[in-house]
Design a protein around this ligand. Structure first.
Ligand SMILES: [Fe+2]
Length: 231
């Protein structure tokens, strides 16, 4: 298996490349500005891009889904709740996304947005979960716009992520401090957002973050509903 964690410095977004035994590849949360880099890497590693997935409609960067589909003919996928008009296929909770021998189980984890998903990836070398903006390292995705819902996020975290084995490696959609990977067990112990006693405490914590809007939000959300076409 080929596994790469790629980083967009402008938006602090992580993109993940997975490649299987037969040379087919999947990209998770690719960023439009990085398309030339992805195409270069795919060629150098002798991979064919089969699927590009967004974990949710992003507000902080423009997606590469449309551009990658144009360049490579890959399938573009998002969750069934997405408002993006131009994905080729949608998935729902419990679906399995497969590329060669690699299988990712789809977890519906609303809260950051109402179309937020995580992807659980079991491998012989250990389990991983791609958490989008649902669970970040020592944080969680904000819930104050795009149909965000802190109570739903609390349920998603506790029902679907914190029930995974403690050794499961956590690969988030962003990091702003330089963290690259964590584990479910580590986040249970040290993530300040997970040290609350109940859903009400979580909702009030999330309601008092006072975060500024993301710099690219006014451009990114409309563009991402059109798979990355900026008009
Ligand atoms: Fe997001």
């Amino acid at each position: 298996m080929i596994f790469r964690q790629l980083f967009d410095r402008e938006s602090s977004t992580y993109t993940y490349l997975l490649g299987g035994k037969e040379g087919n590849a999947l990209l998770i949360d690719p960023v439009k500005e990085q398309i030339p880099l992805y195409l270069q890497l795919l060629e150098e590693l002798n991979l064919k891009l089969s699927i590009a997935v967004d974990t949710h409609v992003h507000a902080d960067h423009v997606t590469a889904l449309g551009g990658l589909r144009d360049e490579t003919g890959c399938v573009t996928m998002m969750g069934e709740q997405t408002g993006a008009a131009c994905v080729s296929e949608t998935f729902r909770h419990g679906d399995v996304i497969s590329v060669d021998e690699l299988s990712l189980t789809v977890l519906y984890t609303p809260g950051h947005t109402d179309d937020s998903y995580c992807l659980y990836f079991k491998t012989p070398e250990g389990d991983r979960v791609f958490t989008g903006d649902t669970l970040l390292i020592r944080g969680t995705g904000r819930t104050d716009f795009q149909n965000g819902d802190a109570a739903a996020q609390y349920q998603s975290l506790h029902a679907h992520l914190l029930t995974l084995p403690d050794a499961t490696r956590v690969y988030p959609g962003h990091d702003y401090k330089g963290w690259t990977v964590s584990t479910i067990g580590e986040e249970k112990r040290f993530n300040p957002r997970l040290q609350v006693s109940d859903v009400d405490e979580y909702v009030s914590l999330m309601a008092n973050l006072n975060l500024p809007n993301p710099a690219q939000m006014d451009v990114a959300v409309p563009a991402n509903l059109q798979c990355g076409k900026v008009t």
